[in-house]
Design a binder for this molecule. Structure first.
Ligand code: MRU
Length: 353
């Protein structure tokens, strides 16, 4: 399995996603500030991977802290939480992971320093393992929705590289292929950062899953030609009503899917559902720098000084979503009720301490 990120004795090791697919290189971060920068620069990206990276960054800060009292350690801990909090605003898994580390710290306050440090490191490692297990569970549920054979379109990269392994949307595809389904993936290239052509194509080809890259504006034509039997994407944040924030361009795909009568599935862990956000209009959308649009591989492809918009995500209204696959099962409309029921199930599951 691709090692997207891992805790090592010398720091948090990431496959450098800014270099793929031409170079497979790894970077090791030894401070929380370095981890925060790796998230900001998209060395590591994808909502679940960002969450676990943040938890590991916090664990790193705690491990290397020179604090001599719990109060001092808490100050270093809070600082590290703030550093990762400021990186990317849309991926709700980031805030979920910070909160989980904070809750863990609260349960440890009366323990000796060494024990607190170790327990926080263990918590971050546990989140890593749980993420892979959640993706595999999602895969088992989601595979039942995939066609026995045919084209499946995906947008951006919601694969092993966007998670701790196996993937959400690509996990569903992987599980379907493991069950013997004959799936051919159509990967939208995903302008402007090209996660589809650079990352999705790279990891699927590594697994020998037939993949065709298309530019984003070809998706409608492929649907009209009958090449697409289903669509599956990931999510950065799902509002309580089932509205889905995901990579810019997802909304266009969902509307096209509706027009062509093609099922549009979203695969995401329960940690991506934000019950405090009632609908998609309240999801903060990250704006990224203009060079991602005006330049390609360092070369200008638009006139200097032209006005640019670069929202990294869009929101697909729940009415376009055929089903949401989580590690707890398949949710269908009305999502307020089906997602809330899944959350209850999650709260009933004791997180091992
Ligand atoms: O900007 P990115 O590359 O972090 O955006 C990633 C996506 O939009 C993914 O589809 C989403 O995070 C789900 S990843 C399992």
């Amino acid at each position: 399995m691709i090692q997207t990120l891992e805790w090592t004795d010398s720091g948090v090791r990431f496959i450098d996603q800014t270099k793929l697919p031409t170079e497979e290189t790894y970077v090791t971060c030894t401070t929380c500030t370095q981890v925060a920068n790796a998230i900001r620069k998209m060395v590591v990206r994808g909502a679940p991977a960002i969450g676990v990276a943040a938890a590991m960054g916090i664990a790193l800060a705690v491990k290397t802290s020179k604090a001599e009292t719990v109060g001092e350690l808490k100050r270093d801990f809070d600082e590290s939480c703030e550093a990762v909090r400021q990186t990317r605003p849309t991926a709700v898994n980031l805030f979920w992971a910070i909160r989980r580390m904070q809750d863990k710290f609260e349960t440890l306050r009366i323990r000796p320093l060494g024990q607190i440090k170790q327990a926080l490191i263990d918590e971050a490692k546990r989140m890593h393992a749980e993420d892979i297990a959640a993706n595999q569970a999602m895969g088992r549920f989601g595979a039942t929705l995939m066609p026995a054979s045919g084209g499946v379109l995906t947008h951006c990269n919601a694969g092993a590289l966007a998670t701790c392994g196996y993937g959400t949307a690509l996990g569903v595809i992987r599980a379907a292929v493991e069950q013997g389904k004959k799936i051919h993936v159509y990967a939208d290239e995903t302008r402007p950062f090209l996660q589809g052509s650079r990352l999705t194509a790279w990891e699927l080809m590594k697994d020998g899953i037939p993949t065709t890259v298309i530019s984003d504006n070809m998706a409608g034509a492929m649907m009209l030609q009958g090449k697409i039997a289903a669509i599956v994407v990931g999510a950065d944040c799902i509002a309580a009503n089932g509205d889905v924030a995901n990579k810019i361009g997802t909304y266009t795909v969902a509307v096209l899917a509706k027009e062509h009568g093609i099922p549009f599935y979203v695969a995401a862990p329960c940690s991506t559902v934000d019950f405090n956000t009632p609908d998609g209009s309240k999801i903060p959308i990250e704006q990224r720098n203009r060079e991602e649009v005006t330049h390609m591989a360092g070369k200008a492809i638009a006139p200097e000084g032209v006005q640019v918009e670069n929202p990294a995500f869009d929101v697909t209204p729940a009415k376009y979503v055929t089903a949401i696959v989580t590690e707890r099962g398949i949710a269908r409309a009305p999502y307020e009720a089906s997602l809330a029921k899944m959350a209850e199930a999650v709260q009933n599951v004791a997180i091992p301490r």
